[in-house]
Design a protein around this ligand. Structure first.
Ligand code: PLP
Length: 392
């Protein structure tokens, strides 16, 4: 018998994580969400939130959640197919389908579970997945869970994707191309119209993850599909209720048959508890506001344009990663440096996270903008960067 402690490896692994400057910890926010938050007892400007439309502290969403809780209770008590289904869930699914202009939609308990469930349901061992190398963890793990053969293609590289389709497509039954629409750690967009053309040419399904695009891109906030005018083309749209829609949960929107199939075959929908009444009602309210108040999107895009302008004028040497969204990333040499800049920003009262390996391959400060940021907030950010960066 071996006499070694079977948990001994933990200490060593943690040490390795520390040594690589990869160690992460939670930070506590002690206030309602918004452009200014209480961080470790101090007021801080918040550039770390996915609450793009500024709805997470909106009194209408809060009231919707409180009302739903009073009426329907705190828990949904079961999975949707057993005792968990309420009319609220169906109303939310109809609202998502109407926003996305699809025949139907299905709500999951998170965006992560929506990706796991959808991918694992539509492909299996005889099939092929082609996946953008920068895809979100939930897409990558969904691909692994499906049991299909997975090939990564170079980030947004249509030639590489096409070459891989030429080489491999014929040897598999079904093929699924998967991609983020707005890449979550970079802020750039997938080339959706061209991806749809390739999918058609090679008889592939296409799944896009609209987590950072829903509520943000497109005239009505329907996402990247609307931004590119691709409504009506057949694809599988996944997204989250937890970013611009300021609640918790995920969804898949698509054809009636696709959604019907997922209700029967997506394990992460069938075997998990339905969304709470509070989350469901808050997301429903958010979709209404997202459609009725396009000025929130206008304000958000004005902020994006203004910050890019300020940076190019006042910090011309700064390297911003290419972005067409409300996520802007400042590229820095290595994990230790980006951690140091992140800490300096925090000390200056600015909350903008240092994103390091293994989340991404190159270190960066990630800035996400909200509709509710004011010009003075953007000035303060640029001033702080001005003070911190010359000392490098
Ligand atoms: C946040 C995110 C998810 C996960 O959504 P949750 O609802 O938070 O689980 C999935 N995909 C992408 C691209 C994301 O950024």
């Amino acid at each position: 018998m071996l006499s070694t402690d079977p948990y001994e490896w933990l200490e060593k692994s943690l040490k390795t994580i520390h040594r690589a400057n990869w160690y992460r910890q939670v930070v506590t926010i002690d206030s309602t969400p918004g452009p200014v938050v209480q961080l470790a007892g101090k007021s801080a400007l918040n550039f770390a939130s996915n609450d793009y439309l500024g709805l997470a502290g909106d009194s209408r969403l809060i009231q919707a959640a409180v009302n739903a809780t009073s009426k329907w209770g705190t828990g949904s008590t079961g999975s949707r197919l057993l005792s968990g289904h309420r009319q609220l869930h169906r109303d939310l699914e109809r609202a998502i389908a109407s926003l996305k202009q699809t025949a139907d939609a299905i709500v999951f308990s998170s965006g992560y579970l929506a990706n796991l469930g959808a991918i694992a349901a539509v492909v299996g061992q005889r099939d092929l997945i082609l996946s953008d190398q920068y895809n979100h963890s939930s897409l990558k793990n969904g691909a692994i869970l499906s049991g299909a053969r997975v090939l990564d293609y170079a980030h947004c590289n249509l030639e590489d994707l096409k070459a891989k389709l030429h080489q491999h497509r014929l040897f598999y039954r079904r093929c699924l191309i998967v991609t983020d629409s707005v890449f979550s750690m970079d802020g750039d967009l997938c080339p959706l119209p061209e991806l749809l053309d390739l999918a058609e040419e090679f008889s592939c399904m296409l799944l896009i993850d609209e987590a950072h695009a829903t509520g943000v891109l497109g005239a009505t906030g329907a996402g990247c599909v609307e931004h590119f005018g691709c409504q009506g083309r057949e694809l599988i749209q996944v997204g989250t209720l937890s970013k611009a829609l300021a609640s918790l949960g995920g969804y898949v929107a698509g054809s009636a048959q696709m959604i019907d199939f997922l209700r029967n075959r997506a394990p992460s929908w069938i075997y998990t508890t339905a969304l709470t009444p509070a989350d469901t009602a808050a997301a429903f309210e958010a979709i209404g506001i997202c459609q009725r108040e396009p000025q929130r999107r206008t304000q958000l895009w004005q902020n994006v344009t203004y910050l890019k302008q300020l940076i190019s004028q006042q910090l011309p040497h700064l390297k911003l990663l290419p972005s067409e969204s409300s996520i802007l990333c400042i590229k820095l040499e290595n994990a230790a440096l980006v951690y140091w800049v992140g800490e300096k920003l925090k000390a200056a009262g600015i909350f903008a996270p240092a994103i390091r390996p293994p989340t991404v391959s190159t270190s960066r400060i990630r800035i996400s903008l909200m509709a509710t940021h004011e010009p003075i907030h953007l000035h303060q950010l640029v001033d702080a960067l001005h003070h911190i960066l010359p000392s490098l």
